[in-house]
Design a protein around this ligand. Structure first.
Ligand code: 26V
Length: 837
């Protein structure tokens, strides 16, 4: 192998690097042999990538580095899955249609303590780690919060030692890439696998048959009727494994993603007839199951392919875990002692009847016993209460695609209704509320009810959300099963969202409270006592400024907008949805713009409004909001009267990697959803951790963030969830609210008059009328309160010491929002698993 590059840098050749936690953002404090690492990277470049250092592209270097790191993970993976560790008492199976994992190189490097040694090893070869890092595609196998939560949970399970498998789908195409054409969102296909995926191991030998359609045959077995499903169609699920290495490399779990494969790659009949294209058509149809991630607009549109995806991955995962359990324990009846299955939303809920089918039909377990096993094994997380987001499937579609499951669902329903009748006799309203079959708009199977009754624990993702679950969607079921609903407030992995994304802040924190903070985020608390210290404040301000400069460069590159790094960076980054109220933020932007134009020479505080987020392709109102943000940006950014004191930028193609650049640079975090509608939010936690102050409503986890950081260090405004409900009940009159607010009136008039759309003055007439006629998300109701809260923000911003103190307190007080804490709670209160730590 070519070792010449290593020998040209003798000064680094043999020097082991001690991971100095105090100078770098992460890593194990272990000696790492840089020369050895460099040799390994060169060997991978030569023998796995097939390139010489002279001809290698940046991508080749990235792949070689990833392979070298992967080898080290695999060594630990093997240890973890052989010998005494191979058979933990209990495993968690996290079933999720989405894992929004993003790039993995820095995750692995940071958790293995290899970031600096690798940087040095590559530098000796003339390669910049930061540059090759950009070559990794951002794995976007998820839509937003729910998918990113699953990725944070995988990191935490491996870090605190919860033996776990994540199960999902290996989509060929993740969430679409967002481009902008003339300010309108354009969707482009995403192609993360086009150059292969160095993190995955294909296991073509691990495959399971998945059936669809056909009929159910009743046979007689020893005097007992027995149902046999004879599917009309078969697909194979093939396993691809990604190792998930935890903090300090102590544990390695597996993310197993399923890919669909046709059992018969070509139809020989058609082929022999000379119909070569026709010979492949079955294959294309079957393999379409794992082709593309469904983009969520939180309105499931009941497409057959989506139901196929759900059953495909639920069935493959159950077959896999049941096989493992039988190999290890040999008795299906002990399943709940050794297996906990978490349903990430209702998307995998079809696993409930599937497990019943496996137990009853395939293994002859009596129904009641099978139901007890199923219930003790499953638990379910709800992520949204929006009525339009609750999944249900038309009964005829279920009958056609999954005839046996439909029978099982009917039987579950009958037994649940009977049990409910026994508890609360003859309450028709209650019975129809808890029925698995919605008789309302054509008969449909309600997946939320199925997930609820099939689980021993059901959780919400913030305290408020969990309370609302009990009061609204699951009110009747909660009355029948008062101990079932529990709260598990979301969390985020600090390893990615602090140590990796913000090494500058991490260094300050390590200097201030000790390197142990990397292992124990509650140590951040110690920072609170120092928050008034001017030295600390200066260090924090300097780090923030560097991060803002980095973001400013990205804004310049991508949007051709030049922003002042000393301006307040006011950030709203999340999926575009009406309930998240990006519109409220845009209206405030316009109000400021109007005020600036009215008094151009006043001493305005410089500010930059930063937006990013994708709208579902079919969600027209959300796409119009993006266009409005871009229209406002164009007008404001080019208006000389504003003198550059207000800038607006909508950054295209928001993804995990872009979040990692924006979040460390944010001063203000916009969490302004209509109260009662955002289940939790997790961006709110990431931004607070990175020292941004929150302006927000009392919604989701904002409520708990406020409790942790204190009222003085957060800007809360607007209607509460209870007030929102009361307002809606009473019938809300937006016109009266607008009439009462001269600021808002002027803003809406300028939009309606085409100030921001001179090329098409009526572009936003419908949007303005919509607000006045049916302001479903109470944008107008909260406008004045929001505007006032923004003024308090500016008051504090003018006092830089006060601001930096509040910023430090935010970082100090959000240790509780670590996903390690969340996973610890799941392990104890839902899964009954002891973390190995
Ligand atoms: C719905 C659909 C509809 C069909 C197509 C695919 C699809 C995918 C996802 C969804 C529902 C998404 C629900 C969701 O992401 N909820 C978010 O969960 C976060 C983690 O708990 C939480 O922080 C956010 O507040 C919540 O909106």
């Amino acid at each position: 192998m070519n070792d010449s590059a290593a020998t040209t840098t003798p000064e680094t050749a043999k020097r082991p690097v001690r991971m100095a936690g105090a100078t770098e953002g992460g890593g194990a404090d272990a000696g790492v042999d840089v020369a050895k690492l460099r040799k390994e990277i060169l060997a991978e470049l030569t023998y796995s990538v097939g390139r010489s250092p002279e001809t290698a592209s940046k991508r080749d270097w990235f792949v070689a580095t990833a392979y070298a790191v992967r080898d080290r993970i695999v060594d630990r993976w093997v240890v973890e899955h052989t010998g005494e560790h191979a058979k933990p008492l209990k495993r968690v199976y996290y079933l999720s249609l989405e894992f929004l994992i993003g790039r993995l190189l820095f995750d692995a490097l940071n958790n293995l303590g290899l970031t600096e040694p690798t940087r040095e090893a590559l530098a000796g070869l003339g390669i910049d780690l930061n540059e090759i890092r950009q070559e990794e595609p951002d794995a976007a196998l998820g839509n937003g919060g729910l998918g990113r939560l699953a990725a944070c949970f995988m990191d935490s399970m491996a870090s605190i030692g919860v033996p776990a498998f994540g199960y999902g789908i290996r989509y060929d195409h993740g969430l679409f890439r967002q481009g902008m054409r003339d300010g309108w969102q354009q969707e482009y296909p995403e192609d993360w696998l086009s150059f292969g995926n160095p993190w995955e191991f294909a296991h073509p030998e691990i495959d399971y048959p998945i059936g669809f359609g056909g009929y159910v045959e009743q046979v007689n077995e020893g005097g007992q009727p027995k149902q046999i499903w004879r599917p009309g169609e078969k697909v194979e699920a093939v396993a691809f494994d990604i190792p998930v290495v935890g903090w300090r490399g102590r544990h390695v779990n597996t993310l197993r993603l399923w890919s669909a494969r046709a059992p018969d790659p070509i139809s020989l009949d058609a082929f022999n007839r000379g119909d070569y294209v026709g010979a492949l058509s079955d294959r294309v149809r079957v393999e379409s199951i794992s082709k593309v991630l469904y983009p969520s607009d939180e309105t499931p549109n009941g497409q057959e392919l989506r139901l196929r995806q759900e059953y495909f991955f639920a069935s493959a995962s159950l077959q896999d875990l049941v096989r493992r359990h039988m190999e290890e324990r040999g008795d299906l009846r002990t399943l709940p002692d050794h297996v906990a299955i978490q349903l990430n939303d209702t998307h995998p809920a079809i696993a409930v009847p599937e497990l019943m089918r496996i137990l009853v039909d395939l293994n002859g377990v009596p129904w009641a016993e099978a139901w007890a096993i199923t219930n003790a094994t499953f638990s379910y997380t709800n992520h949204t209460l929006l009525p339009e987001a609750l999944e249900s499937w038309p009964v005829p579609l279920m009958e056609r695609l999954l005839p046996r499951h439909m029978q099982i669902i009917y039987l579950i329903n009958a037994l649940e209704l009977e049990a409910a009748r026994a508890k609360k006799p003859a309450d028709d309203a209650l019975l129809s509320a808890i029925s698995l079959i919605d008789e309302g708009q054509g008969r449909r199977v309600r997946m939320g009810i199925l997930a609820f009754v099939g689980s021993h624990k059901v959780n919400g993702v913030s305290a408020l959300h969990t309370d609302l679950m009990k009061q609204t969607v699951f009110r009747e079921l909660h009355a029948l099963h008062p101990d079932r609903i529990v709260n598990k407030t979301n969390g985020i992995t600090f390893r990615r969202w602090l140590a990796q994304a913000n090494p500058r802040l991490t260094k300050i924190l390590i200097d201030a409270v000790g390197v142990e903070v990397l292992d124990d985020p509650t140590r951040l608390e110690m920072l609170a006592d120092m928050a008034g210290d001017s030295g600390l404040q200066e260090a924090l301000a300097a780090a923030k400024r560097e991060n803002k400069l980095a973001l400013a460069r990205v804004i310049a590159e991508r949007n051709d907008v030049f922003v002042d790094p000393d301006a307040l960076f006011d950030v709203q980054i999340k999926r575009i949805h009406e309930y998240k109220r990006q519109l409220l933020n845009i209206l405030e932007t316009i109000a400021i713009y109007n005020a600036m134009r009215a008094q151009p020479m006043r001493a305005w505080m410089p500010r930059v409004k930063i937006f990013a987020g994708k709208a579902a392709a079919s969600y027209h109102s959300a796409k119009l909001i993006i266009k409005l943000a871009n229209d406002v940006a164009r007008v404001v950014n080019s208006d000389p009267t504003v003198r550059g004191l207000l800038k607006v930028a909508f950054l295209p193609n928001y993804n995990v990697s872009l979040a990692e650049i924006i979040i460390p640079a944010a001063d203000l975090s916009e969490q302004i959803s209509t109260a009662g509608m955002e289940a939790s939010g997790t961006g709110n936690m990431k931004l607070a951790l990175n020292g941004a102050l929150t302006i927000g409503t009392l919604d989701g986890a904002n409520v708990e963030i406020k409790e942790h950081v204190g009222d003085d260090n957060i800007f809360i405004f607007g209607l509460t969830a209870a007030e929102v409900e009361a307002r809606k009940k009473r019938g809300y009159d937006a016109r009266a609210a607008v009439e009462a607010s001269s600021t808002l009136r002027e803003v809406l008039e300028s939009i309606r008059n085409g100030v921001f759309s001179p090329d098409d003055p009526s572009r936003y007439a419908g949007l303005v009328d919509g607000l006045l006629d049916h302001d479903t998300f109470l944008v107008t109701a909260d406008f004045d309160a929001y505007f006032a809260a923004q003024r308090s923000v500016y008051k504090m911003w003018r006092d830089r010491a006060a601001w930096m103190k509040a910023s430090a307190i935010n970082t100090a007080k959000v240790g509780w929002f670590s996903s390690d804490r969340t996973i610890g709670e799941y392990a104890k209160e839902i899964w009954d698993v002891k973390p190995a730590s």
